[in-house]
Write a new protein. Structure first.
Length: 269
């Protein structure tokens, strides 16, 4: 069974995701995460952030991470200018699940990501569906599509800089940083003998797994290592870049429901 700790007072951030002696969430050294207000620059404190209605773009990492949430029973809620989000986390026989309800005007478009930064060894790997469409977003480079697992061999002219290892391997620090959004709804992280499986379900909405592999390539001034596996509603990091089918959309009912499940048993192909 997975043990999850969240911090409703400070953006609803997940501060711990533990299986036995294994802590899965990475924690950064950035200060000031507990003092932010809407409109402030993002503070990369690690853990798992609820990024909605966008990840990149405006507001950076969304509008929910910088607001206090309210806890009632086992449900945490946050109200933003154009939407309200409720989250209920419960344990299951296989691990845990988080159920979400977003309420907004019909037609409201958004991207949501469980922005989970994981504490992974250089030998960790990521299992997704082979051949799934992977849209790559290197820093300061245009979008490029490749089948999963995308990455090496690098073709001269594709990128301002090589990607290094294929994206299904995390590896040691090599000065690269790349993000990807993969058309899949199920992922499994392998790190030694430990496994973390993540799966996303939502009727009628685009589902993806976002990957952030920063091996000391970001930011340019003081780069550090951070690695993320992020179940997502939508297909782009920035809502402003969304094309047809790239964003979740609120139907006539005025609400969107989805479920994130987590466990230690890998069921990926």
């Amino acid at each position: 069974m997975l043990e999850i700790v969240t911090d409703p007072a400070h953006g609803g951030r997940w501060t711990s995701l533990r299986a036995g002696d294994r802590e899965w969430l990475w924690h950064g050294t950035a200060a000031g995460r507990d003092r932010v207000s809407p409109g402030d620059a993002f503070v990369d404190a690690g853990g798992l952030e609820e990024c909605v209605p966008t990840v990149r773009g405006t507001p950076d990492h969304g509008d929910a991470w910088s607001r206090p949430w309210k806890r009632e029973g086992d449900t945490d809620t946050v109200r933003c200018e154009r939407f309200a989000l409720a989250r209920t986390i419960r344990g299951t026989a296989d691990g845990a699940e988080a159920g979400y309800v977003l309420e907004a005007d019909p037609g409201f478009a958004f991207v949501w990501a469980a922005h989970a930064l994981l504490d992974l060894s250089p030998g960790a790997s990521l299992r997704l569906r082979d051949g799934a469409r992977a849209r790559l977003f290197p820093e300061a480079a245009p979008l490029l599509d490749r089948p999963w697992p995308a990455g090496a061999p690098w073709v001269e002219g594709d990128w301002p800089a090589p990607l290094g290892l294929p994206l299904d391997r995390f590896g040691p620090e090599d000065g690269t940083a790349v993000g990807a959004v993969v058309d899949d709804a199920r992922a499994c992280v392998h790190d030694g003998t430990d496994r973390l499986a993540l799966a996303l379900e939502a009727d009628g909405q685009p589902l993806s797994i976002a990957v952030w592999r920063n091996l000391g390539g970001f930011p340019a001034e003081q780069p550090y290592r951070s690695t993320g596996v992020e179940p997502m509603l939508g297909g782009v990091f920035d809502l402003a870049d969304a094309g047809p089918g790239d964003a979740a959309r609120v139907p006539a009912s005025g609400e969107v429901r989805w479920r994130l499940t987590l466990g230690a048993a890998c069921r990926c192909p």
